[in-house]
Design a protein around this ligand. Structure first.
Ligand code: GLU
Length: 511
């Protein structure tokens, strides 16, 4: 590592919602910056106007706000190296393309798209693939094949052109990647990429390198899909005579079965989001689900994401952002792809949900209760939430696990009735009602002690009585400790539920 102050960047193109793989890239950059007391930059790479999607930049910023990933410099923050949106830096790229022409590392190419298509077709007919490379360029219309005078004339007449990188012939480029180690590629398999387009805009390659240099970026941490561009980038730094940053290419996020890159389609098929926030496509109106809207806590989402491709080198699994910043290092990022695991994601959410205090959870539960017309200000709601939180992964599941605290069962689960409402249940529950009616101190401990003593005295089956009792109070075989439930709903409601259940379920005939 060099000793300059660490500067890293996340450089998304605003072409749609940010995939969770992109959020992970941003997260690792953020953690790296925090760990080394460096600066984290957000740069928007919007030079490809055809792929620009309105709302995408705002989405990216909102997603990071939700996750708690802070930028030090960039589109929303400003800084000494702005502007941070490439479309606003447009004017400064041409000089770099021209500088490379001057130094013999790039050239003008005048081939029209029609000409190139024709050649491509010809190649296809001969079952070959055309690439504008060190061999083919010798037969095409560019400043390497045309005379100086012809080139001057074409430029003078405003003939459209692009500027291409002049790939060195047959050279082995040696690259160093922090994660993959040493990588070698021979330039004969590479093509002469366009650096500057006929519409006066730079391509990704030129703008990205120029900006990383101008913004004094020290480490480029990005997705593995950019690894094929690395030789060109390394050669561009060399051609400019600029010191290259350190490169680190992160492993892919894989489908749950490990076969290929995680895509939106996998999420749709298997029922999980691949975007941090919900996204509505501005053209089609199609809505894609998001982690936030699905009820994930940002801290769970971040914790889960951090461990997809990185590990702390020990058994720890739970990390706050601060703890991650402390623990993170590139040498613990794995080379191989990381499988997405939906159950693990839910498990992390469960962990953070259980860790919240009951008042906070009750507050999060409030909108659900209000929707059900239940007074969300009731003083025992935090207590109720505390009783059931171990049983859920999401706040939205709290209702399912606690509805019986707020209203009597409307029906009795048929399967439970079949299994747990036995021939003697009616008589035992009628008796139990009398026992409960005698109790004045209706606390959980006291009712439990009294009811259990009654069961033992009569030599009834503990399980059978408790199951039937639960069925009458809850309507199904679920819920926390039954005596805790009746303490909350109170004596009157408990007796009323028993009455109603006895009436509806009746006496089961012996068969
Ligand atoms: N604009 C590129 C992207 O959308 C940036 C790649 C890089 O980090 O160099 O991912």
């Amino acid at each position: 590592m060099n000793d300059k102050p660490v500067r890293v960047r996340f450089a998304p193109s605003p072409t749609g919602p940010l995939h969770i793989g992109g959020v992970r890239t941003a997260l690792y950059n953020y953690l790296f910056a925090r760990k080394h007391g460096g600066t984290f930059i957000l740069r928007i790479e919007d030079t490809d106007q055809n792929r620009f999607v309105p709302g995408a930049e705002e989405y990216i910023i909102e997603a990071f706000n939700w996750c708690g990933i802070d930028f030090d410099e960039g589109v929303t923050k400003g800084g000494d190296y702005g502007p941070y949106r490439q479309s606003e830096r447009k004017e400064m790229y041409r000089q770099y393309a021209e500088q490379l022409i001057q130094s013999g590392h790039a050239y003008y190419a005048f081939d029209t798209p029609e000409e190139l298509n024709r050649i491509r077709k010809q190649f296809e007919e001969e079952k070959k693939t055309f690439t504008y490379d060190t061999v083919q360029r010798k037969q095409l219309r560019n400043s390497l094949t045309l005379s100086e005078q012809e080139v001057t004339e074409l430029l003078h007449n405003d003939t459209p052109y692009v500027i291409r990188f002049k790939m060195p012939e047959e050279r082995t480029v040696v690259m160093n990647d922090e994660i993959r180690g040493r990588v070698e590629v021979n330039t004969k398999v590479l093509d002469d990429k366009i650096l500057f387009k006929s519409d006066g805009m730079p391509t990704y390659h030129l703008a990205n390198i120029a900006d990383d240099h101008l913004m004094k970026v020290t480490h480029v941490i990005r997705g593995e899909e950019w690894l094929p561009s690395l030789p060109l980038h390394v050669l561009l730094y060399e051609a400019f005579g600029w010191e290259a940053p350190v490169f680190a290419h992160l492993p892919l996020l894989l489908k749950p079965d490990g076969k290929g890159k995680l895509s939106k389609r996998d999420g749709d098929r298997l029922g999980f989001p691949v975007f941090p926030l919900q996204w509505t496509d501005p053209k089609s109106g199609e809505v894609s689900r998001g982690y936030r809207e699905d009820g994930y806590f940002p801290e769970a989402f971040i914790n889960m994401l951090a461990l997809l491709g990185w590990n702390p080198g020990d058994e720890r699994e739970f990390f706050t952002l601060e703890e991650l910043s402390e623990a993170f290092s590139l040498d613990k990022v794995s080379k191989s792809g990381a499988r997405f695991d939906q159950d693990k994601a839910k498990w992390f959410n469960h962990h953070y949900l259980v860790g919240k205090n009951n008042e906070e959870l009750a507050e999060l539960f409030r909108p659900v209760l209000e929707e059900k017309n239940i007074d969300a200000g009731q003083k025992d709601i935090p207590y109720i939430v505390g009783l059931v939180k171990e049983r859920v992964n999401f706040v939205s599941e709290l209702w399912e696990q606690s509805c019986f605290f707020f209203s009597a069962p409307e029906s009795y689960d048929p399967k439970t009735v079949k299994k747990r409402w036995k021939t003697n249940s009616f008589d035992q529950m009628t008796e139990l009602k009398e026992v409960l009616a005698q109790i004045d101190d209706f606390t959980s401990e006291n009712t439990e002690q009294t009811v259990k003593a009654w069961i033992e005295k009569n030599e009834y089956g503990m399980g059978a009585v408790m199951n039937a009792f639960r069925l009458l109070i809850v309507g199904a075989a679920k819920g926390p400790h039954l005596f805790d439930i009746i303490a909350v709903i109170g004596k009157e409601e408990t007796l009323a539920r028993i009455d109603r259940g006895l009436e509806i379920l009746g006496k089961k005939e012996t068969v």
